[in-house]
Design a protein around this ligand. Structure first.
Ligand code: SAM
Length: 203
């Protein structure tokens, strides 16, 4: 990952969401992006120029645009029409960003459009977040990584955030993923955690 001093940045065209520029690079703000917060609170997964990424819950393209600055291609899935309009505008200015309007819980909808990926990233804030991730692992190569951004309050408000966190890790392990890292994203995002997994098999 690229840092200028302690500041995480990405190298690409600015002006996506009024992000700050620093020495010609785009500042990737951990308060605006959970993935940036993961790079400040934990290790995450190093993004590289030869990487293919499937991104679920792209919203208006804030985080997706930074990921696209680092990798070869990002398939960005979003199902809500309003953020999709903004995402299309971001994609118009980035040749390696493929916007897909579809429901991430129904991967068969976009299977013909997506190739095998090295990284599966999910930030959908739904009750069945772990199940959605598991279903999309069909696109992930063996030895590839999956990152789940867990909004604990979206899963079950009767459980504590810690219980949801613990149950989700168990659910992902039961789905055959190897959990490598699990961290809370405080102080950047309240009651959010990141869970980084690997799909076992060939490296
Ligand atoms: N990842 C974004 C970022 O960092 O810029 C923020 C994502 S926001 C928390 C969650 C997004 O997921 C919303 O835009 C919502 O419409 C989308 N979403 C929720 N469920 C979805 C689903 N089943 N399929 C596709 N998109 C979904």
């Amino acid at each position: 990952m690229i840092r200028i001093g302690d500041v995480l940045v990405s190298q690409g065209e600015g002006g996506v969401y009024s992000e700050r520029m620093l020495a010609g690079a785009r500042v990737w703000d951990p308060f605006r992006s959970k993935l940036a917060a993961l790079y400040y609170t934990g290790n995450g997964v190093e993004l590289t120029a030869d990487m293919r990424v499937l991104y679920l819950g792209a919203a208006n393209g804030t985080t997706v645009s930074h990921v696209a600055d680092y990798v070869e291609v990002v398939y960005a899935v979003e199902f809500a029409p309003r953020p999709m309009q903004d995402l299309l505008e971001v994609a118009r200015r980035r040749k390696n960003l493929v916007p897909i309007m579809a429901d991430a819980s129904r991967p068969e909808q976009y299977a013909p459009l997506v190739e095998e990926v090295d990284l599966l990233y999910q930030d959908v804030a739904q009750p069945d977040q772990a199940a959605i991730l598991a279903r999309n692992c069909a696109f992930l190569r063996q030895g590839g990584h999956a990152i789940l951004m867990l909004k604990t309050r979206s899963v079950d408000i009767r459980k504590t955030p810690e219980e949801v966190f613990h149950d989700t890790i168990a659910e992902l392990a039961a789905a055959g993923l190897e959990v490598m890292e699990s961290v809370w994203l405080s102080p950047y995002h309240k009651d959010h955690a990141a869970i980084v997994c690997i799909k076992p098999g060939r490296k």
